[in-house]
Design a protein around this ligand. Structure first.
Ligand code: ATP
Ligand code: MG
Length: 662
């Protein structure tokens, strides 16, 4: 391993492996790099992989760290734990499932599954809920679980609903997303012997992106580190962008209090961005009042560097501009598609841009928010797999028992539900039990459909337990259920769409196969794959590694870097988001931090686009440039050469005129 490239502060941070360490430093100063070097150094010092735990924010970041350490050390890293908080939670829950009364191979419920469970719980209590109620209750339950509000403060009705909801999750052998942190924490708090076990195991703990760690997550690692007190946290308060979901940089203060013996190291040199980009980012963030003052400098003065703002008529032109620029730069500066990133504040803005990429045949990967995994055919496939893995997963059952159609209608489901509620037995087991009756209480087509469904599923459940050729088994299962026939019936006049959807399924299964056949994968089990995609679904972790342009929200881009970065929709109301400001005016600082995160992703070139009109939903809206643009020193910004016509100036507003003047 070569430590020579590190600067003196980074070097000190890497060598300080005993005790607690706090590194609060600006973007691109090598914080993540310090963690990877530190782990490599620990391994070199003979610390066993088992004793090391590194936590980070996205699966992509975790994979990248693992990859780097592997390259540095040339070691197989099968016993090293580098994970997101949620993935680490899954690991603990799997090990402790029995204690909680859960079986191995539990399901993980996302937002839409959660709403189904809330609906079921309400039905059980005789409550009627509207869709908006569901959304609000889901949010409320999340806040209860993450410890932001307490259950005791809720009305009795709500408390009952919450208890029922928990009971339902338990019956379905499922955890929801919030449980993945809340349950392990509760377990550590209530079982000292379990805590001691994990404290002995994880003696060296590191946390990246510490500013976005939630209170609960902090409590969890602080407990874990309390025995050996080797806890290293790195972060940047200027990049705190999750305060709305309980992540809060008061954790930095909590850490300072809980670990008074800590060493603090400052990293002030930015290695990522060229001078102009860094200068612009520094000027922007200086407008925030609530921050730790930091110096951040760079030596990079690249001739290719530039910072540009482009004013465009509408979002169509915006996406054309982005595609054109990428194509041109790729050829003229021989850059690979990988080196481009396109960011936006809102995921919805990305739809138009994505369409342009498709039109122009530019390979891209979109992450954050709605994704490949949310397509109906993929959700269906996952539901088949989930049910094969966990027969108590009623949500998956309901989703696919009649997909493709096999005569199992509402009435049949209602009957099934009634019988399953009485016995507190899953729908699947209930169906099998009732089918054994001499006269099953269903219509003739429903009996045939259910019988076919359960027999086929049982067959495949059997095959999955062999833990061999699972992706192939999954493909066979999709065929056995005649998903293709279902698609053709659904799109009778458009078999192109059917074909595309069917291909998506097999693309998904090819990722599954790649995961399954990866020699580093020591435990290729269906339940583990399902957990992995449940965790990665929202960010679509790198399942595909061919060169593609990266399209993502700013939130999803945290910690990443791109040679050429585009920020689309730099408009008032988009960033800062009017929705966020309506909730609370003080959110302006968080919005500025978001913009700061976006700016600091760029290494050499940064393009910001501003539209005059934008289509949102079905309406055309007139837009103004983001006020944040005025906070960037105008001498740094290039705009297009074209002379502005007087009406352009009027249209764009005086504020912009001042920017063009320079
Ligand atoms: P962020 O705040 O965005 O998460 P960070 O502080 O984690 O950023 P890194 O991602 O670790 O920063 O590093 C930023 C870039 O700087 C990377 O490309 C990294 O390789 C490079 N870098 C870091 N330290 C050095 C160094 N000593 N010499 C050369 N390059 C370095
Ligand atoms: Mg980082």
């Amino acid at each position: 391993m070569n430590l020579g490239a590190l600067n003196p502060e980074q070097h000190q941070a890497v060598m300080t492996i005993e005790g607690s360490l706090l590194i609060i430093a600006g973007a691109g100063s090598g914080k993540t790099g310090v963690i990877t070097h530190r782990i490599a150094y620990m391994l070199e010092q003979g610390i066993t992989q088992n004793h090391i735990l590194a936590l980070t924010f996205t699966n992509k970041a975790a994979d990248e760290m693992t990859h780097r350490i592997k390259k540095m050390t040339g070691k197989k890293l099968s016993n090293l734990t580098i994970a997101t908080f949620h993935a680490f939670g899954v690991k603990v829950l799997r090990e402790q499932a029995k204690l909680l009364g859960y079986r191995d191979g539990f399901s993980i419920y996302d937002s839409s599954d959660k709403r189904e469970v809330i609906k079921d719980s309400a039905r059980e209590l005789g409550m009627v809920l509207e869709h908006e109620d569901l959304v609000d209750i889901e949010h409320l339950f999340g806040q209860i679980k993450t410890g932001i509000i307490t259950l005791a403060d809720q009305t009795t009705g709500m408390q009952n609903l919450f208890q029922e909801y928990q009971e339902f999750l338990y019956l379905k052998n499922a955890f929801d997303f919030d449980d993945l942190v809340a349950r392990p924490l509760a377990l550590f708090q209530s079982h000292p012997e379990i805590l001691a076990h994990y404290q002995q195991r994880y003696r060296y703990i590191m946390v990246d992106e510490f500013q976005d760690t939630s209170l609960q997550q902090y409590q969890w690692i602080a407990l874990l580190a309390n025995q050996y007190r080797n806890l290293c946290v790195v972060g940047d308060d200027d990049q705190s962008i999750y305060s709305w979901r309980g992540a809060n940089y008061t954790n930095i203060q909590a850490f300072e209090q809980d670990f008074p013996e800590r060493v603090e190291i400052k990293l002030e040199r930015n290695y990522r961005s060229t001078g102009i980009i860094l200068e612009a980012a520094n000027a922007l963030i200086a407008h925030n009042t609530n921050r730790k003052e930091k110096a951040l400098w760079t030596e990079s003065t690249d001739a290719e560097a530039s910072l540009q703002v482009r004013y465009l008529e509408n979002d169509q032109q915006e996406s054309e501009f982005i595609c054109d620029t990428i194509r041109t730069l790729r050829v003229s500066e021989s850059r690979s598609y990988n080196n481009f990133g396109v960011l936006s504040r809102n995921n919805s803005l990305m739809d138009t841009i994505e369409e342009a990429f498709i039109r122009h045949d530019i390979p891209y990967r979109r992450s954050g928010g709605r994704s490949f995994f949310e397509r109906k055919e993929i959700r269906d496939t996952i539901a088949y797999l989930r049910l094969a893995d966990n027969i108590d997963d009623d949500i998956a059952f309901v989703r696919i028992v009649n997909t493709p159609r096999r005569g199992v209608g509402k009435q049949t489901l209602a009957t099934l539900r009634e019988h399953s509620d009485n016995r507190k037995e899953s729908l699947y087991c209930t169906a099998k039990r009732l089918l054994d009756w001499e006269k099953p209480p269903f219509s003739a087509p429903a009996v045939a459909g259910l019988r076919d469904f359960t027999v086929t599923l049982d067959q495949f459940r059997e095959r999955f337990t062999l833990h061999k050729d699972m992706a192939r088994t999954a493909g066979d299962m999709i065929e056995a259920f005649d998903y293709w026939g279902g698609l053709l019936r659904e799109y009778p006049n458009n078999d192109k769409v059917a074909k595309w959807k069917y291909d998506n399924i097999f693309k998904f299964l090819s990722w599954f196969e790649r995961w399954e056949k990866n020699p580093d994968n020591l435990e290729p089990k269906l339940s583990l794959y399902l957990m992995r995609i449940a965790l990665a679904g929202r960010e679509r972790a790198d399942l595909d590694d061919t060169a593609m342009v990266n399209l993502m929200t700013i939130h999803a881009a945290k910690g990443l870097e791109f040679d050429v970065t585009f920020i689309a929709g730099v408009e008032d109301g988009v960033i800062p988001s009017s929705k966020s400001l309506q909730e609370n005016e003080t959110n302006i600082e968080e919005e500025r931090r978001l913009f700061y995160v976006a700016l600091t992703r760029a290494k050499e070139k940064l393009f910001m686009t501003v539209c005059h009109q934008r289509r949102q939903m079905r309406e055309i809206q007139l837009c103004q440039p983001s006020p944040f643009l005025h906070e960037l020193p105008s001498n740094l910004i290039e705009t297009e050469d074209k002379e502005l016509e007087p009406e352009d100036i009027e249209r764009l507003g005086m504020s912009v005129f001042t920017m063009f003047k320079d």
